[in-house]
Design a protein around this ligand. Structure first.
Ligand SMILES: C[S@@+](CC[C@H](N)C(=O)[O-])C[C@H]1O[C@@H](n2cnc3c(N)ncnc32)[C@H](O)[C@@H]1O
Length: 550
């Protein structure tokens, strides 16, 4: 047997209240109370341990104000408070039940226990909880009842405070206020248009202007329409800040939006992105996990990416310019999921080279690249990369490697196009700076079909551009074996014994990581022989096979 309003939506409760006279209510309660006493052995109040443990001793002003829509099902909203207005009389059998609404106009049944003794008279109930009374519910707990409806459940009278001053009555907007709201909506629409045409600064200015206008209308602050518009404006501002690289502001705006609606999907996404760009991968990951748990949106890619970034960070590496990182697994991205602040340029004596476009710090990751040709083997066992010209002839004449490359070349115009940009031991003047999109997309022009690579070209590409990876071979007493791989972009980095970057293996990628702080515009170099302890003569000999004189 359920108490009068238990588990009944507040609106229904309200209708019932309106229809029935006090007398009827009293009769109902009395009848149910009698029935309850007859069946006293059956305790159908269903003790709620969550609610019983939920005690909040903090004063109201220390609590975060939230709305009914922010309450999560079967969860105590710790250190929060919901302000509501009572719109029905109390009905009590075992628990007291009233219909309440918040400033946003949402309503619900509030079911509270332990405030009145069973059978308390209507007079007492009504004088303590008159219709129109304002209440504050600390640590609100939204319960999904066995009858399939939601109630706010409260077992601790201390969590329920009646307020001296009633909640502000929500007045309908007058014409002037409505016109201000419309102007703000127009500003938002104009902002959206600028946003769509990538004019983010203009969009940002308009969103800000709309927000300022709304904020001046203090008497309207709690109007639902205003709150919704504010929410969208904060959320859009957060996105424009992301697009303008103002990540700290982006985070603040997303936080403000989430204060208005803690479940707002877009704002959660923007908060997660801002945190990512601020290198707070752990927090960002948590937000994505919240999205994944509370919304039906698939953020598995983002979660995977954040886990990867986290592992970089834990290894002491940092990805800067995260804007250029596109999520691993993106169909369009082929070889480089991440470009840091680097560019390809020309050097005087070495042909093309790779340069920084801004100052970078030690440990920053400058590039992630997936090799065009990967050696076989257990990735976990691969640990170091270098170029071993000592064994160049053996390794690079590897029949398997050549067959594989020839196969790729025959099959794919894109591979031919990518390889055509590599250094083939020819004169520097013939080298072209490749279009970066060749590393990113499987895209080519019809004229690319004409690209032909001769057997000699391939031989040269293998000789001058392939890299050696040392692999720990677990099968053979942990012996080290050498495998060859072909990186296209990394292959444009020149040699120097004074290296400022190192190439490390990161999962299925090779990463270029700075070993020292590097100034803007400096060339990136690594020691092609850094894996070998060769004496000077041997170094010279090895480097000569690459046409390099040290
Ligand atoms: C893997 S490629 C590096 C990129 C090359 N500069 C290009 O434009 O494609 C290796 C070739 O670059 C040139 N190179 C690299 N480092 C050099 C250095 N320190 N001095 C002279 N030439 C160098 C050599 O010709 C070498 O065979």
């Amino acid at each position: 047997m359920a108490p009068v309003f238990d588990g009944m939506p507040a609106k229904q409760a309200l209708e019932m209240q309106d229809k029935e006279e006090i007398y009827q209510r009293q009769q109902n309660i009395r009848a149910q109370y009698d029935l309850y006493k007859q069946n006293a052995s059956v305790n159908n109040t269903s003790v709620d341990s969550i609610s019983q443990k939920n005690i909040c001793l903090k004063p109201l002003k220390e609590l975060k104000k939230i709305y009914l829509k922010d309450c999560l099902v079967n969860k105590v909203m710790k250190d929060c408070v919901v302000y509501v207005k009572q719109f029905t009389n109390v009905a009590q059998v075992i628990a007291a039940n009233i219909g309440v609404e918040d400033e946003m106009g949402d309503f619900i049944t509030l079911t509270f226990y332990n405030t009145f003794k069973l059978g308390t008279s209507l007079k007492v109930l009504d004088s303590n909880f008159p219709k129109g009374q304002s209440l504050a519910i600390k640590n609100p707990y939204l319960k999904y009842t066995s009858s399939g409806t939601f109630v706010l459940r409260n077992d601790n009278p201390g969590n329920l405070e009646t307020l001296q001053s009633p909640l502000k009555q929500i007045q309908p907007m007058n014409e002037k206020e409505q016109s201000i709201l419309n102007q703000c909506k127009d500003l938002k629409e104009q902002g959206n248009k600028y946003f769509q045409s990538s004019q983010y600064q203009e969009a940002q200015d308009l969103y800000q202007k709309a927000l300022q206008m709304l904020q001046q209308q203090s008497q309207l602050q709690s109007q639902k329409d205003i709150l919704n518009l504010k929410l969208v404006l904060y959320s859009n501002l957060s996105q424009t800040c992301i697009n303008l690289g103002q990540y700290q502001n982006a985070l603040s705006f997303s936080n403000k939006a989430l204060e208005l609606d803690s479940n707002h999907l877009k704002s959660l996404g923007r908060q997660a992105q801002s945190l990512k760009y601020l290198n707070d991968f752990e927090k960002s990951l948590k937000v994505y996990q919240t999205i994944s748990n509370t919304h039906k949106t698939d953020v598995s890619k983002e979660i995977k990416e954040l886990k990867q970034l986290n592992s970089f960070q834990q290894n002491g590496y940092k990805l800067i310019d995260l804007h250029n990182l596109t999520v691993d697994g993106d169909q369009q991205l082929k070889l480089c999921p991440y470009f840091g602040p680097i560019r390809i340029g020309f050097t005087e004596k070495k042909g093309r080279g790779v340069f920084t476009t801004k100052e970078v710090k030690k440990g920053d990751v400058l590039l992630l690249e997936q090799s065009l040709i990967e050696p076989e083997g257990n990735e976990k066992n691969m640990y170091s990369i270098g170029i071993n010209s000592d064994k160049t002839t053996d390794i690079h004449s590897s029949v398997e490697f050549k067959i594989y490359l020839l196969h790729l070349i025959q099959e794919s115009v894109i591979v031919r196009k990518r390889l055509s940009y590599l250094y083939k031991g020819e004169e520097f003047k013939e080298l072209k700076i490749p279009d970066l999109s060749i590393y990113k997309y499987d895209y080519y022009n019809p004229e690319d079909e004409q690209i032909i690579l001769t057997a000699q070209d391939i031989q040269q590409i293998i000789k001058f551009n392939s890299t050696q990876l040392q692999v720990q071979n677990g099968m053979e007493n942990n012996s080290i074996t050498d495998r060859t791989l072909l990186n296209l972009f990394i292959s444009l980095i020149n040699h120097s014994s004074k290296q400022n970057v190192q190439i490390v293996r990161c999962g299925r990628y090779c990463a270029v990581v700075s070993m020292i702080d590097i100034e803007k515009g400096e060339e990136l170099c690594y020691d092609y022989l850094n894996q070998l302890n060769l004496d000077t003569q041997e170094r010279k000999k090895s480097l000569l096979t690459w046409n390099i004189v040290e």
